[in-house]
Write a protein that binds this ligand. Structure first.
Ligand SMILES: NC(=O)C1=CN([C@@H]2O[C@H](COP(=O)(O)OP(=O)(O)OC[C@H]3O[C@@H](n4cnc5c(N)ncnc54)[C@H](OP(=O)(O)O)[C@@H]3O)[C@@H](O)[C@H]2O)[C@@H](O)CC1
Ligand SMILES: [K+]
Length: 481
């Protein structure tokens, strides 16, 4: 699992590291990493390094210092380097001196726009982890002139470091070079960061427990249940699916089909869409209600059940079975409007809630807002449940405070029924006995992969995502180190 640290924790770690390091050494290490990536980008986009031009956008702090030192290193490789100083009186003294010594140029306010517009590469050293709020007007006006690829130092300026939120003008980078550890912005707003390159500055020994996690493909491969020599259909976990209604039989077909594709364990269906489910998935044992269904190790409840009396009864029955439940779609709306339904649950029984933004707002009374991680963490605590907030970056919080994030791999999952497919995956993994937080995260990962594989570059339906689940699992197993 990869760790991600908030800027507060990065700062504390940096202070501990700085205490035992020669002044300036860390910055030069960081800047060297920036220069290597800048040279690579010039080579990729402008066909050469020597003789090409880079403009540095330099802010008031050490982020600007990194850019200035990187400019000095680039001069040694024959790059024409010019710097725009946004706060000349606060520009990093040693960095500026190094750039000037190397033959780099400092631009005047008047000449900056033209240089920025015609550069082969722009290096964004406006602001780093001390950033608060969007770009200020002077910086935003300069960024408007950029036509070249952008290399961001530590993070794209104007994007909130700890939330990835963009609430005004901000840089869009093609690549971001960060130092010591990845910060939340890198996983919460990958579109603005471009490729993220991590440069080791010796910080790892000073970092404590991560604030956020991202699953590696090896984690997903290790967690995904595979049948063993002594397994039968029951030992791998039986998934129960309570979904669908006369109006929405498709939700039942998708959620239960997804559970069928996920593992070799058995799937039981309970609800009014039993005939259509049986017709689509003959391997499913389908009954009319949860009361008639046999034993299962986890229930998926909610997709298409409706939000009225009958839906509430279905959800209460699932919650009362004493096994983990993934409550999705209509189940979330029911919980939002009639929270007493949760009384049916023994508080020790795991619950996974999988809202999209609208359902999240219904559930908690307010939309996730710019601090999505904070909002999901608070909801997990409030409902004593794992909460998976869907989105371009899916966030999964456990009531114990653990949070993981999963990138969407494109917008392929923005299609009707794709949430039903996700709930079936979560349910199957809960039935297989995974830790609920991990089950939700692993399901989100494979769901995103199935979306990408099912789409293969063109729009895909939820049924197409479902059909690609085995390929997604194969991909995970093939990619694991
Ligand atoms: N510490 C270390 O060991 C290492 C640190 N390293 C590097 O240092 C960076 C952190 O440097 P830092 O702390 O000097 O602050 P930094 O982010 O450059 O901000 C400077 C000033 O900008 C301003 N400002 C704020 N918001 C703004 C906005 N939206 N738009 C425009 N301006 C804004 C605000 O000043 P104000 O104008 O408010 O007085 C703020 O104080 C870090 O990201 C990494 O690159 C590496 O060298 C590795 C070793
Ligand atoms: K920056």
């Amino acid at each position: 699992m990869r760790g991600i640290w908030t800027t507060d924790h990065i700062r504390q770690a940096e202070e501990r590291l700085l205490a035992g390091t020669l002044e300036g050494a860390l910055m030069r290490r960081a800047a060297h990493g920036v220069a290597i990536q800048a040279a690579a980008m010039l080579d990729e986009h402008a066909g050469a390094v020597a003789g090409r031009s880079a403009v540095l956008l330099v802010g008031a702090g050490n982020n600007g210092g990194d850019a200035l030192w990187a400019g000095a290193f680039l001069r040694k490789r024959g790059v024409g380097v010019a710097a725009v100083l946004l706060a000349p009186e606060k520009a990093h003294t040693q960095g500026l001196a190094a750039l000037k010594r190397s033959g780099g140029r400092v631009l005047s306010v008047e000449e900056s726009p033209q240089w920025i517009a015609s550069a082969d590469l722009v290096v964004d050293g406006i602001v780093g982890i001390a950033a608060r709020g969007p770009l200020r007007p002077d910086a935003a006006a300069l960024v408007d002139h950029i036509a070249a690829p952008v290399l961001a130092v530590d993070l794209p300026s104007g994007v909130e470091p700890d939330t990835g939120a963009v609430e005004g003008p901000a840089v869009s980078a093609n690549r971001t070079v960060t130092f010591g550890a990845r910060k939340p912005v890198h996983v919460l707003n990958p579109e603005r960061c471009g490729d993220v390159v991590l440069v080791d500055i010796g910080l790892s020994g000073e970092l404590g427990e991560p604030d956020l996690f991202q699953l590696d493909v090896a984690d997903v491969a290790a967690a995904w249940p595979m049948p063993g020599p002594s397994d039968d259909k029951y030992t791998q976990g039986v998934t129960g699916v309570a979904a669908g209604s006369a109006t929405y039989p498709g939700a039942a077909v998708l959620a239960s089909g997804s559970a069928v594709h996920a593992t070799s364990g058995m799937v039981r269906y309970a609800g009014t869409s039993a005939d259509v489910v049986r017709w689509h998935w003959p391997e499913i044992v389908a009954t009319g209600s949860i009361t008639d269904a046999g034993k299962v190790q986890a229930w998926v409840a909610g997709p298409g059940i409706g939000t009225g009396r009958e839906g509430k009864d279905v959800l209460a029955a699932a919650l009362g079975k004493g096994v983990p439940v993934c409550a999705d779609a209509d189940a979330i709306t029911i919980i939002a409007h009639q929270p007493d339904v949760l009384d049916a649950r023994d508080p020790g029984t795991p619950l996974v809630l999988t809202p999209h933004d609208g359902e999240f707002a219904r559930l908690t009374g307010s939309p996730p807002g710019p601090d999505r991680v904070g909002a999901v963490r608070a909801a997990a605590d409030r409902f004593n449940a794992v909460v998976l907030l869907k989105g371009h970056c899916t966030i999964v919080a456990d009531p114990d405070g653990r949070v993981l994030v999963n990138a969407a791999r494109g917008s392929w999952l923005a299609t009707a029924g794709s949430g039903d497919v996700l709930s079936g995956l979560v349910g199957a993994l809960l039935a297989a006995g995974l830790d609920p937080w991990l089950a939700a995260g692993v399901a989100a990962d494979v769901h995103a992969r199935a979306g990408q594989l099912g789409a293969d570059g063109v729009p895909v339906s939820a049924a197409g995502v479902l059909a690609a689940i085995p390929d997604a699992v194969r991909q995970v197993r093939a990619l694991k180190p």
